[in-house]
Design a protein around this ligand. Structure first.
Ligand code: GLA
Length: 388
């Protein structure tokens, strides 16, 4: 079974600084680190003004950055040979393309705050394309670096918005704001209840051990892509539903009310997912408030998966295989996490069954001729910060 090692922050920071010295010469001004995430529950509803419940992973991205006196930007990464050098003035939708859009886009989004040129070297332990928010980890570590190096005097809310704009407008992925919010606001040992309608947050203690459970993160190794049409199509379907219902949000409606005004079956199912998922997050938060991260939470997670699979249609054979196998082997519950269409699943597992569940998930992948999954450690971790 493949388990992905957690890389200590000091080693992540060293990796970024080492690349910096090799590619640019001299020392970076500092290294900043931001985490990837999983979402416990509340999927595909951040852009619908819903409630989400993510927490930060101990896998993270480090950026070594040095301020320049001109308006040139140079970006390199240990992950790929693809680097980018350009002028701040040339950054715009689609330019640069590829991974550099996530850093250049942040500089672009913060341009009116007085950001200048930088050299940046990236080193990360967040798997890329796995639905664990590698892009937000990159945006947020870099946004914090810019904020400190150029003394922007803005709070994290501004940096969160800049990171979201980088992703939406420069990288062209029309994602909601869950990932950037958790990367910037996570607290170790807690999940974050984020209300995407008014932006309010509440930290909820997440002590899985006390409930005798562990959260298994399963990277199916089936790459997911959010820059293609499916994610945007889900958002568009909801816009159509709002127009037909004459509302600006589905919050506060029950499922009956919400679907009664709709005719098209696809719209009915999309809306049913959103409204029922908001209800499940409320119930999950209430369970966590009572310190009950066991069977009932598991049932909500499994119901969330079914809704995402059948009504919202964002699952995939790899995710379904992992979820079904986890349940067969005794997990309290399991679901896809993140954007879907591949990527990662999570399973809430009684502590003594972790190996058995992981093994059944692996066997199921082999049986269906799917990629061999990788398992990750899910220790609720802290937010973006300066390492040195
Ligand atoms: C991706 C997006 C998030 C969110 C999830 C689905 O991770 O970046 O904004 O929409 O998908 O819940």
């Amino acid at each position: 079974m493949n388990w992905l090692d957690v890389i200590a922050e000091v080693d992540l920071a060293d990796g970024a600084a080492e690349l910096f010295r090799t590619k640019f010469g001299g020392e970076p001004d500092g290294v900043w680190i931001a985490p990837g995430r999983v979402n416990l529950i509340g999927e595909h509803i951040d852009y619908a003004g819903g409630l989400v419940l993510p927490f930060a992973l101990p896998y993270a991205t480090a950026v070594a950055v040095r301020r320049r006196e001109d308006s040139t930007m140079r970006a390199v990464s240990t992950h790929t040979d693809e680097s980018w050098t350009g002028e701040l003035g040339e950054i715009g939708p689609g330019t640069p393309s590829g991974w550099a859009a996530y850093v250049a886009g942040v500089s672009w989004a913060l341009r009116e705050h007085g950001v200048g040129g930088v050299d940046v070297a990236v080193h990360s332990s967040v798997p890329v394309g796995s639905g664990l928010s590698s892009s937000a980890a990159l945006e947020c570590s870099f946004a914090l670096a810019l904020s400190e190096l150029f003394d922007l005097q803005v709070d994290r809310k501004v940096l969160i918005q800049a990171s979201i704009r980088a992703e939406n407008e420069i990288a062209g992925a029309s994602t909601g704001g869950m990932d950037q919010n958790i990367a910037m606001s996570a607290q170790a040992g807690h999940a974050l209840l984020l209300d995407c309608l008014d932006g309010s947050t509440r930290q909820i203690p997440l002590d899985l051990e006390a409930s005798g459970t562990e959260l298994l993160v399963i990277d199916t190794n089936a790459p997911h892509r959010l820059v293609d049409g499916q994610y945007g199509a889900r958002r568009q379907a909801l816009d159509t539903a709002y127009a037909e219902l004459g509302v600006t949000t589905l919050r506060g409606l029950d499922v009956e009310q919400a679907v009664s005004g709709l005719v098209d079956d696809t719209l009915v199912r999309r809306v049913r997912h959103v409204v029922s998922e908001i209800g499940r997050v409320e119930q999950a938060a209430a369970l966590l408030d009572r310190g009950a991260a066991g069977t009932e939470l598991g049932e909500l997670m499994t119901a969330s998966h079914r809704s995402l699979r059948d009504d919202y249609e964002v699952s995939s054979p790899e995710l379904d295989s992992a979820v079904d196998a986890a349940l067969r082997a005794g997990a309290h519950g399991a679901r896809m996490t993140g954007g879907g269409f591949g990527g990662s699943a999570i399973a809430l597992v009684p502590s003594d069954l972790v190996q058995a569940v992981a093994s059944e998930i692996g066997s199921s992948a082999t049986r269906y001729d799917l990629p061999v999954p990788t398992f990750l450690t899910a220790e609720p971790s802290g937010s973006a910060h300066r390492f040195f």
